[in-house]
Design a protein around this ligand. Structure first.
Ligand code: FAD
Length: 830
């Protein structure tokens, strides 16, 4: 057995096999794949093999799209038929709202060039008469997807991998991982059969690997334990049943008709496909339990759980309603297997937290669909340093140290149950909440706060009157909450608002090497002491890794503020970079101080008046003036009895301050500001209004306009890039060029809807880009959006069309910061 390799992939399911294949295809010629049992013996063997395009994310659409195209090429490459039945996929809608969900999805699908077609109930009936359609509103049909045999496609990838030099070792289990400073030493144990069980033998080998990828499926908890990390990848039970032959179906096919597409009745939480003259029914039912929270028992191999028919009775009855001829078919076979989930349903793909050269590919719930694309993009990440698409939404570090087994298990059950819910863009999921609350949570709740979830934190989305029901207010159009957000946005533009920004990620970086480090780590000039700068940490590929507001507290001491959702992600990258550079640059400390500091943002023309009431200063009248407290500076001030690190910036684009305060004093500060604000009409404002306001200022947000698929120059932020200095990613950024450019658009959309930031953009007949943000502008009284278009299209005044509800609506590219382009209101003196 080989004991030294460049990359060791642990896990021979669809995902691990695809990764090994793609690493070899990307040029790594020394790859080993390790499987404790037989290839496909994990979840892969009992998957139904459906390959649905449908999902609501740009990155995942690319991943699924790649898989579907790639699987079609495998037979030619390997000679093995992967069993791809391109029967199409029919997704039906029982309600108008469901159709609107599909229309939003379709607009996103178009941004990636995924083909689809609309069908009326009559058209469905004419083509597939066995389907009952009188209660349908319509359907979306993907003609290019279908289902595949999961074992066959895995074997075809395995053959392709072997042809490219990958060594596949079966019946070897990875049992321990040790990083020796340069490579991983992986202790692997020969597994042997005994009495039907698979047990470890005494034979052990240590394999040295420069890189390790884990794709251990349902064994993710064991893997996490061996690596000393937490992973929210825990399986949930998933059932499908196979029915006896349906005479009506047999007749239909005997008449020369082609196979039915995969039929999805989302409102009935089920999927159906043909199987040898009968039907397979798979469901995503409520109350499916999480399993193996603390690891898979040794006795569980390619096993299944007991079928729980009671749990899926409703879905079974609904299927008989949809396909009446199925009603008399007996049950032939059943599958209740573990399907790995994560709290948001996305897999965990990318570098492991705190570890070097350790890559995770865990938590796949649509692993057959995602395997091809995951292999392709993860191989890019590992071999080239970055992938073409922004992999942040899949990054394992989107959950921080606060994440526990109990949280993951309960949240994964929710993610499973939510597969077929209406995916409202303003959706907030209820499980495991509230969990991370700032001290003012109760006060905000008492004032009507409707909370959103960001990285576990509860953050007010908007404030509503007593008795308002956020859940019922959700919509693909303007939800019931919309008017409250409008009122809050107006309060900031015309008066004053108070926003809770406690969830911001905050790091303290200090020490003798800190200045030189941050100068290399970020692309903008570092601020002078007492000043702040907006800057970006780039990836090795020159794209945006993180946006920071940097406050220079002292000569070699910096306070870094970044997006709230990404604490562990930012921390990990920062710490690893410091570890690399400290030997060269000198001692550097890095502390994640996120939970030590609360943040209120006060903004609006009257914000100075409110603060003046409570500031303790020898001369309160001048303490907040432009002279003593200029724009883009930081001052340590005292508000009542609270020491506050005040930063004169406002993400809303109004006169304003961020008030960073010791978190234990938050309630005192809240009460103080609320009281002082009363006479100035101060309004509590949530994240939704803030999101709209920042678009009027063209402020890019991390995760939407800013990500690892675009450079700061493509984000059109050259003023924050100092080309006179050397910084990480500088050359790559220059070489990357400008492939797309970020623009702001004012949109004449429908009267009752705004874009969500996922829609496709057209220039004439040509698809030229996509929105990354969307909302309503109170300043212009119409919809607003930000997005990326082809560079030649990114010209102010260009008229585009945005697709919403399957119609094209006028949009115009406007100058950056259409509201107050000269920043007059932000700089106003007083
Ligand atoms: C009933 C059911 C129906 C499904 N239907 C679909 C579907 O229609 N479409 C779809 O896309 N997905 C479907 N899925 C989900 C799909 O099966 C999984 O997402 C997919 O198989 C995950 O593949 P994987 O490679 O990540 O994991 P697995 O297939 O579980 O592979 C992991 C492998 O790692 C090995 N391993 C673990 N630890 C070690 C170790 N320490 N050393 C060596 N080897 C190790 C295991 O033995 C296993 O073979 C379904 C799942 C179920 C349960």
């Amino acid at each position: 057995m080989k004991t030294q390799v460049k990359a060791l992939v642990v896990g021979g399911g669809a995902v691990g096999t695809s990764i090994a294949y793609h690493l070899a295809r990307a040029g790594w010629d020394d790859v080993m794949l390790l499987e404790r049992d037989e290839l496909t013996s994990g979840s892969t063997w009992h998957a139904a093999g459906l390959l649905p395009y449908f999902n609501m994310s740009f990155a995942t659409t690319h991943i699924h799209d790649y898989s579907i195209k790639f699987y079609k090429t495998l037979e030619e490459e390997t000679g093995l038929n992967a069993g791809f039945a391109v029967v199409g996929n029919l997704r039906m809608a029982q309600t108008d709202e469901r159709m609107e969900e599909y229309m939003l999805y379709a607009s996103t699908a178009e941004t990636c060039g995924v083909p689809y077609q609309w069908m009326t109930p009559d058209e469905v009936k004419a083509k597939w008469p066995l389907i009952r359609t009188e209660d349908l509103k319509g359907a979306i049909y993907h003609q290019t997807d279908g289902y595949i045999n999961p074992a066959d496609v895995t074997m075809a990838m395995a053959k392709g991998a072997r042809q490219r030099g990958v060594v596949i070792e079966r019946k070897w289990q990875a049992d321990a991982f040790h990083w020796n400073g340069e490579a991983w030493e992986v202790t692997v144990t020969k597994m042997v059969e005994k009495g039907g069980n698979l047990i470890p033998s005494d034979e052990q080998v240590v394999i040295t690997a420069e890189h390790v990828v884990t794709a251990s499926g349902n064994h993710a908890q064991r893997t996490a334990q061996m690596l000393g990390i937490k992973m929210p990848a825990i399986p949930v039970e998933h059932q499908f049943i196979v029915m006896d032959s349906d005479p009506e179906l047999v007749k239909f096919r005997a008449e020369g008709n082609v196979e039915h597409p995969v039929i999805r009745d989302a409102d009935a939480q089920s999927y159906v496909r043909e199987e040898r003259g009968g039907w397979i029914l798979g469901v995503y039912e409520p109350n499916a339990p999480a399993r193996f929270e603390y690891g898979v028992p040794d006795s569980f191999r390619a096993d299944l759980f007991q079928l729980d028919l009671d749990r899926i009775e409703d879905q079974y009855m609904a299927m008989n309603h949809r396909i009446p001829s199925a009603e008399d078919c007996g049950l032939k076979d059943d599958f209740n297997g573990p399907i790995c989930y994560t709290p948001d349903g996305n897999p965990l793909v990318g570098p492991a937290p705190g570890l070097r050269n350790m890559w995770l590919a865990e938590g796949f719930s649509f692993g057959i669909t995602a395997a091809g694309g995951t292999g392709y993009y993860l191989a890019q990440l590992m071999v080239e340093g970055e992938a073409e698409i922004d992999m942040a939404s899949l990054d394992p570090k989107r959950y921080g140290d606060w994440m526990t087994t109990e949280f993951a298990a309960r949240k994964n059950e929710e993610a499973y149950e939510h597969v077929y819910i209406l995916h409202h863009p303003d959706e907030e999921r209820p499980a495991c909440r509230p969990l991370r609350t700032s001290p003012a949570y109760d006060r905000q709740a008492a004032r009507g706060a409707q909370f959103g979830w960001t990285n576990g934190w509860e953050r007010p989305n908007y404030y509503a009157p007593e008795g308002f029901n956020d859940h019922e207010s959700r919509s693909f159009r303007r939800g019931g909450w919309w008017q409250y957000a409008v009122d809050e946005a107006k309060a900031v533009r015309e008066g004053v608002g108070l926003i809770d920004a406690t969830a911001f990620t905050k790091h303290l970086v200090k020490g003798q090497g800190a200045t030189a480090f941050l100068d290399w780590f970020t692309c903008n000039k570092l601020p002078n002491v007492g000043r702040i700068n907006l800057t970006y940490a780039l990836t090795g590929a020159g794209t945006t890794r993180t946006e920071y507001t940097i406050v220079r507290l002292a000569q070699d001491e910096y306070y870094l503020v970044s997006a709230g959702g990404w604490t562990a992600y930012d921390s990990d990258y920062l710490r690893k970079a410091i570890e690399d550079k400290a030997p060269e640059l000198g001692y550097i400390e890095c502390h994640d101080v996120t939970t030590q500091w609360g943040v209120f943002a006060i903004a609006g023309p009257k914000s100075r008046d409110v603060l003046r009431e409570v500031i303790k200063d020898a001369n309160p009248d001048t303490a907040l003036s432009n002279k003593r407290f200029p724009w883009l500076t930081m001052r340590n001030i005292e508000l009542g009895m609270v020491p506050v690190r005040a930063i004169r910036v406002a993400y809303t684009g109004e006169l304003g301050w961020e008030l960073h305060h010791p978190i234990e004093m938050q309630n005192h500060l809240f009460d103080l500001l609320e009281k002082a604000g009363e006479k100035h009409g101060m309004k509590l404002v949530g994240a939704r209004a803030q999101n709209w306001l920042r678009q009027e200022k063209s402020y890019r947000a991390f995760g939407t306009e800013l990500g690892r698929d675009a450079t700061p120059l493509e984000a059109d932020l050259p003023r924050f890039v100092n080309m006179d200095k050397d910084f990480q990613g500088k050359q790559a950024m220059a070489e990357h060029g400008i492939k797309a450019k970020c623009v702001t658009l004012l949109i004449d959309g429908p009267d009752d809807a705004d874009p969500w930031g996922r829609e496709v953009l057209y220039h004439g007949d040509a698809r030229v880009g996509r929105l990354t943000s969307g909302g309503y502008s109170v300043a212009f009284g119409k919809s607003i959006g930000m997005g990326y278009v082809k560079p030649e299209t990114a010209v102010v005044g260009t008229k585009l069309k945005v697709k919403m509800f399957d119609q094209l609506w006028d949009a115009e590219i406007v100058e950056d910061s259409p509201y107050d382009p000269k920043n007059a209101t932000i700089r106003v003196d007083g």
